[in-house]
Design a protein around this ligand. Structure first.
Ligand code: DX5
Ligand code: ZN
Length: 220
């Protein structure tokens, strides 16, 4: 088990022309998980990459692959991401009519299921799905692009989800995704997050190890 908070660099901000080197550099710098943003140009207004790229990266990294699926409909593609080597597969509840079944499908494939909530998504949606989740990811920007500004309204939502997780009695990681920097991370951790996704703040920094250490902070 990695020390908390878990740091998950988002590949979206990496140098796509040299991904093998980028994987090695973030692993050497102390990253815990590799966050993979999958965008279809339909559920979100941007297109990134798909399972074939992930399958080609898989032999070059021992980090858990943390897939964040921003595609609709999502269910038909889940098996492909599992087969490509993703360890965690997180879905948005709006990305298909049957989020409960999609989470069951992920677990049935032997992967950790996650639920991702947009800034405008009501938290009550978690209640009937929390028993299916190993991860809950809270978006602190509207999904689609890296490099956006952290939405401060996320902080009370983190605290509310932390309370829901405690009440569930389940061991669920609470991740926050979007606009995470050394400036925004402390409040996010203090509100109750235990895993941080960061693209620009890591891959855009000259020294990945210093950037990761700056995000991890002295919180533990
Ligand atoms: C946004 C993605 C994020 C994004 C984070 O849709 O889900 O994972 O890559 O990028 P930064 O850290 O630059 O906000
Ligand atoms: Zn993401």
């Amino acid at each position: 088990m990695s020390s908390l908070p878990i740091i998950a660099p988002s590949l979206l901000a990496a140098d796509f022309a040299d991904l093998r080197t980028e994987l090695r550099r973030v692993a050497d710098a102390g990253a815990d998980w590799l966050h993979l943003d999958i965008m279809d140009g339909h559920f979100v207004p941007n297109i990134s990459f798909g399972p074939d790229l992930i399958r080609r990266l898989r032999p070059h990294s021992r980090m858990p692959f943390d897939a964040h699926l921003m595609i609709a409909p999502v269910e038909p593609y889940i098996a492909a991401f599992a087969a490509a080597g993703c360890d965690h597969i997180a879905i948005h509840p709006e990305s298909g009519p049957h989020p409960h079944r999609a989470l069951q499908l992920i677990a049935g494939l032997g992967k950790k299921p996650g639920l991702v909530l947009n800034p405008g998504t009501p938290l009550e949606l978690i209640a009937p799905l929390i028993d299916q989740c190993d991860l809950i990811m809270l978006m602190s920007v509207n999904p689609g692009f890296g490099g956006q500004k952290f939405l401060p309204g996320t902080l009370p939502r983190i605290a509310a989800i932390r309370a829901m997780i405690a009440a569930s009695g389940r061991d669920i990681r609470l991740m926050v995704d979007g606009g995470i920097t050394a400036e925004t991370a402390p409040a996010v951790i203090h509100a109750g997050a235990d895993a941080l996704v960061a693209g620009t703040a890591i891959f855009g920094a000259p020294d990945y190890a210093a950037a990761i250490a700056g995000l991890r902070g002295p919180w533990v």
